[in-house]
Design a protein around this ligand. Structure first.
Ligand SMILES: [Zn+2]
Length: 351
């Protein structure tokens, strides 16, 4: 079987791993609204889009919806691929967009059984790849298997024609807290932070110390460069706009497309620069408050990303009582949704 056939096979491996407009309650009216609420008019498949012009260059993989309640990434990818189809620009390398957690996206949940962005370890990857799909019990194991197969096939085909070129994974997220800020998450060492900082929003480094099993940790070890973009609140329409900007800026900074061929390039640049201008370029992880499902964790209302907090400040409650900040710093990703294992993070500015 040649690689093209293998990719077609991978696409078809999961019959029924899509959702239809009828299931999702879509109507012809709401699909026209600019909104981060996803109303697909056709079945949603794993592959959102694929663009190339048979020119050597970098490979950019972009993933939306690895958390199923974060649909903005899927919508932004659809918009960028539609734009590419319309304008048909010159292009070096390949650009592929995929859905992360298809089943959770269908059910509008962060995850079905476990957080798909906490199980990217070598051990787990080998397990899901070497176990027949029918024998995988956990919904996220099936998702991970599909993603690994896709990535592996595209990388194989790609590396045949593009030796020593960049391979980059951009993982798109949104969060539950209010506040206008967007940011990147990158690894402390390696190229990850270099590419992330091209987006000119703050970059958080050092999270890999506490967040194990993320796509970023896994793919950075695989001779790929990987970073995350956190665009804004889950259903805020501006999250989609920021993600579109982040995808276009990444495509230009890796040299896949020239800025002159990106529609509204300046608008994309300004949208992200506006966020970054009053915030530190790089902040480093300091503390994570872990949450278990039965903790009854409740964040105090009103916290938003990069808000300054003082040591001893009352931040949340759980069944054991008050939760106070152990450090001076800035708060990040305060949890305001029912599912999630991270109550909040504290970060500090890097001079
Ligand atoms: Zn997420």
């Amino acid at each position: 079987m040649n690689l093209h056939e293998q990719i077609e096979l991978a696409k078809n491996e999961y019959k029924g791993e899509h959702f239809s407009a009828a299931e999702n309650g879509s109507t012809p009216n709401n699909k026209r609204k600019a909104s981060a609420t996803h109303h697909p008019t056709k079945e949603q498949h794993r592959l959102i889009g694929h663009y190339q012009k048979n020119q050597p260059g970098p490979l950019l993989l972009v993933m939306g919806g690895i958390h199923g309640n974060e649909k903005a990434g899927v919508i932004a990818l659809e918009k960028v691929f539609n734009q590419l189809k319309t304008t048909d620009p010159d292009f070096k390398g390949e650009f592929i967009g995929v859905v992360g957690n298809l089943q959770a996206l269908k059910e509008n949940k962060r995850f079905i059984d476990v957080d798909l962005n906490r199980q990217w370890t070598e051990e787990k990857a080998n397990f899901v790849l070497n176990t027949p799909r029918a024998k995988l019990q956990c919904s996220e194991d099936k998702e991970q298997r599909a993603l690994l197969k896709y990535f592996e096939l595209y990388r194989k085909r790609y590396s045949r024609n593009n030796q020593n070129r960049n391979t980059i994974l951009l993982d798109l997220h949104t969060f539950s807290s209010a506040g206008a800020n967007a940011y990147c998450i990158a690894t402390k060492v390696g190229e990850s932070r270099t590419w992330a900082s091209m987006l000119k929003v703050p970059t958080i480094i050092g999270m890999e110390k506490v967040l194990k099993g993320t796509t970023m940790n896994y793919f950075n070890r695989l001779e790929m460069v990987s970073f995350c973009f956190e665009a804004g609140q889950h259903t805020d329409p501006v999250s989609v706009k920021r993600m579109e900007a982040a995808i276009w800026l990444t495509l230009t900074s890796i040299g896949a497309i020239v800025p002159e061929q990106v529609p509204h390039y300046e608008r994309h640049v300004n949208l992200l620069h506006e966020i970054g201008k009053d915030l530190p370029n790089i902040v480093e992880f300091l503390y994570r408050h872990a949450v278990k499902a039965d903790d009854l964790f409740k964040m105090k209302p009103g916290y938003s990303n990069f808000q300054r907090i003082k040591e001893g400040e009352l931040l949340a409650h759980d069944k054991a009582g008050e939760i106070r900040s152990p450090h001076d710093g800035m708060i990040l990703m305060p949890l305001y949704q029912p599912q999630g294992e991270d109550g909040f993070f504290i970060v500090k500015e890097v001079n």
